[in-house]
Design a protein around this ligand. Structure first.
Ligand code: AMP
Length: 445
């Protein structure tokens, strides 16, 4: 009998725990390379390598030595550093783009230029500046509200939005100057975009270079506090509905978002840098249709946890087909709503408190029917403690959103200690307010 397939999974967050769980359903053996010791991933893995996930040579040598058949890369940092190029060089295929294709995430100007050159729908108005004088002149002339975006990876903290992060032209100029002087995002250059008004949604797809297999829509909550207030974070939780759509996204918005992603993938192939991996489109539904805010070149965290747990097909098989350029036309997902809530250290988003005790009653959580995915936790003896990152996520799954949300709450009741979680995510009345808000925006109020 042939041995089970061996898969290298890079990353130690809840997203990667969820990826590992999906691959274990395919009876794969997991080789996990992660920066922190994720207890859920450790338990599910044949072998683990703890250390910096951007130490590419070390990870590739380890994976090769352990006979990895292919790799799935969770986070953006190793993709940006070219881990897929290094894996391919030793004959290990990967679910993840090479460095050239990863530019869709690592260089915002590359993506905007590509959209303009190939006339891809969903492009907001944008400008690029590398001189303060030119920016100052533009700001003084404009009466538009705008957004300032550094070009490279800033962990979600570099983008500043008119009305949210700055309120005057003077503040905008000061931030533009800071980006140029400190090379925020890796370059003395930045983008300015028209400020879009609407509701954000996430569309993820597996992509084999030509074909896209779309996942259900989801919505993330990036702000730290309830009611979408407070500082931006890596994501406090997310939800998806049983029909795989969102009630404030029109069928036209949805079709257009898919067209934006398809046309992008065609353009990448046409310019000789085909995209293989998971493509995430962060969109804004606006009065004028769906606009692309950004691409990520990997599953989003948390939205990965809204789609993989309900995937009906064999995930390892889809991964193999992705790397071989023969994805099927579509994949099946259970018609279930999902609500993902993150447990985070108190103060997360500004001054997170590491070292607080967390008690997780896994067995009781399992009995609620919720999924549990570990993220950044430390172990002290028999106990888990918080780090400065998100600690763990629970995901309720049910026929409708209200029940999925209740299940996520039941599960949270079996986590004790000092922590914070947003309770409003996925609550039907919260979603209803978003539908109302979008109705007003569309009617032009
Ligand atoms: P990005 O890294 O480009 O996704 O930007 C981070 C966040 O900034 C997004 O999730 C949006 O909330 C916001 N944002 C980005 N671009 C725009 C825009 N053109 N108009 C309004 N908000 C934006």
């Amino acid at each position: 009998m042939s041995r089970p397939v061996r898969i290298l999974v890079v990353g130690g967050g809840a997203r990667e725990h969820c990826i590992v769980e999906a691959l274990r359903r395919s009876h794969a053996d997991i080789l996990a390379a992660m920066g922190n010791e994720n207890p859920g991933i450790r338990r599910a893995s044949k072998d683990v390598l703890i250390g910096d996930v951007t130490a590419i040579d070390r990870i590739v040598a380890w994976a090769r030595g352990h006979g990895a058949d292919f790799a799935v890369i969770g986070p953006e940092a190793p993709l940006a550093q070219g881990i897929v190029d290094a894996l391919l060089a030793v004959g290990i295929p990967a679910v993840g783009p090479d460095r050239a294709a990863a530019q869709l995430e690592t260089n915002k100007e590359f993506t905007r230029d590509l959209m303009r050159e190939y006339d891809i729908p969903g492009l907001p108005q944008f400008w690029a500046f590398d001189s303060f004088g030119a920016f100052e002149e533009w700001v003084n002339d404009t009466d538009m509200e705008f957004v300032i975006k550094p070009l490279g990876l800033t962990g979600g903290k570099g983008v500043k939005v008119w009305g949210d992060h700055f309120k005057t032209k003077g503040e905008a100029l000061a931030y533009g100057k800071e980006v140029l002087e400190k090379r925020i995002g890796g370059a003395a250059r930045f983008l300015v975009e028209e400020r879009l008004v609407g509701e954000e949604f996430s569309l993820q797809a597996l992509c084999d270079g030509t074909r896209l297999v779309f996942c259900p829509l989801a919505q993330d909550h990036k702000r730290a506090y309830e009611g979408d207030k407070g500082p931006n974070t890596g994501g406090m939780g997310s939800y998806s509905d049983a029909d795989h759509r969102l009630p404030f996204v029109t069928p036209q918005d949805y079709d257009q978002a898919m067209a934006t992603m398809r046309r992008t993938v065609e353009a990448m192939a046409a310019r000789g840098t085909p995209f293989r991996g998971v493509l995430y489109g962060g969109f804004m539904a606006t009065r004028d249709g769906a606009k692309l805010l950004e691409y990520n070149v990997r599953f989003a965290d948390p939205e990965c946890m809204n789609v993989l747990p309900i995937l009906g097909d064999d995930f390892a098989d889809l991964c193999v087909r992705l790397t071989e350029g023969r994805l099927p036309a579509s994949a099946s997902f259970a018609r279930l709503a999902t609500v993902c809530k993150y447990v985070v250290p108190t103060g997360y988003g500004s001054h997170p408190r590491a070292g607080e005790l967390l008690k997780v009653d896994e067995e009781s959580i399992r009995r609620t029917g919720a999924k549990l995915y570990y993220a950044g936790v430390d172990r002290k003896g028999d106990h888990l403690t918080t780090t400065t990152s998100r600690s763990l996520a629970v995901v309720g799954l049910a026929d409708d959103l209200a029940s999925a949300e209740s299940i996520s709450e039941e599960a949270l009741a079996f986590v004790s200690g000092t922590f914070y979680a947003r309770r409003d995510i996925g609550k039907p009345e919260v979603v209803e307010r978003k539908v109302e808000r979008m109705r007003h925006i569309r009617e032009g109020h």
